[in-house]
Design a protein around this ligand. Structure first.
Ligand SMILES: C[S@@+](CC[C@H](N)C(=O)[O-])C[C@H]1O[C@@H](n2cnc3c(N)ncnc32)[C@H](O)[C@@H]1O
Length: 164
């Protein structure tokens, strides 16, 4: 994403990740136009109005409390700036580590219903994603949307890509 933004002509691009290894791999593939910094989004600090665009790709579900982060991101943006993010859908995170199996299947083994019994139980989820013990935070769609609004944002578009 950072490389692509630089190629599109962004005046400057800053890439941030909490993982040094991810940054190393990104830097190995990047020749110019991007500055990478090692920080957690929650602890990062930038001057107000530093960016026209903030993008976070599949990171928010690792953040325990999104409202303070949204409030910070809002200040980092210029007037009329945009925050574009993706996150693991709450339907997906709700049962992780709590419900096994996550699908109800019919006699032929076909998935017929996804179990959502814990949808309203917001909080920590521990699951396996390549390795055991991956910690994510589940929150309902209303919490995400209301946190954006409380953080100062106006929502212009919500997309729900599906692979089922
Ligand atoms: C699922 S990966 C997505 C990687 C990449 N953004 C993409 O879309 O392909 C999640 C990334 O978020 C980073 N991450 C997780 N928690 C973070 C945090 N609190 N602050 C900054 N980065 C974080 C991880 O190190 C990892 O690189």
């Amino acid at each position: 994403m950072c490389r692509w933004l630089a190629e599109q002509g962004a005046a400057s691009v800053v890439g941030m990740d909490i993982s040094e290894r991810m940054l190393e791999m990104a830097a190995e593939r990047t020749h110019e136009g991007v500055t990478y910094i090692h920080a957690s989004a929650e602890k990062a600090a930038f001057e107000p109005g530093s960016f026209d665009l903030v993008v976070s790709s599949l990171m928010l579900h690792y953040v325990e409390d999104v409202l303070p982060l949204f409030q910070k991101i809002y200040t980092w943006l210029t007037d009329g700036g945009s925050y574009v993010f993706s996150m693991e859908h709450p339907v997906a995170t709700s049962g992780q580590g709590l419900v096994e199996p996550l699908w109800d299947r019919n006699g032929a083994g076909e998935p017929v219903a996804w179990r959502l019994a814990h949808y309203k139980d917001e909080g920590r989820r521990v699951s396996t994603w390549f390795v055991d013990g991956v910690v994510k935070y589940h929150r309902s769609m209303e919490t995400v949307i209301n946190s954006l609004i409380d953080g100062g944002f106006r929502i212009s578009r919500v997309l729900e890509p599906a692979c089922v």
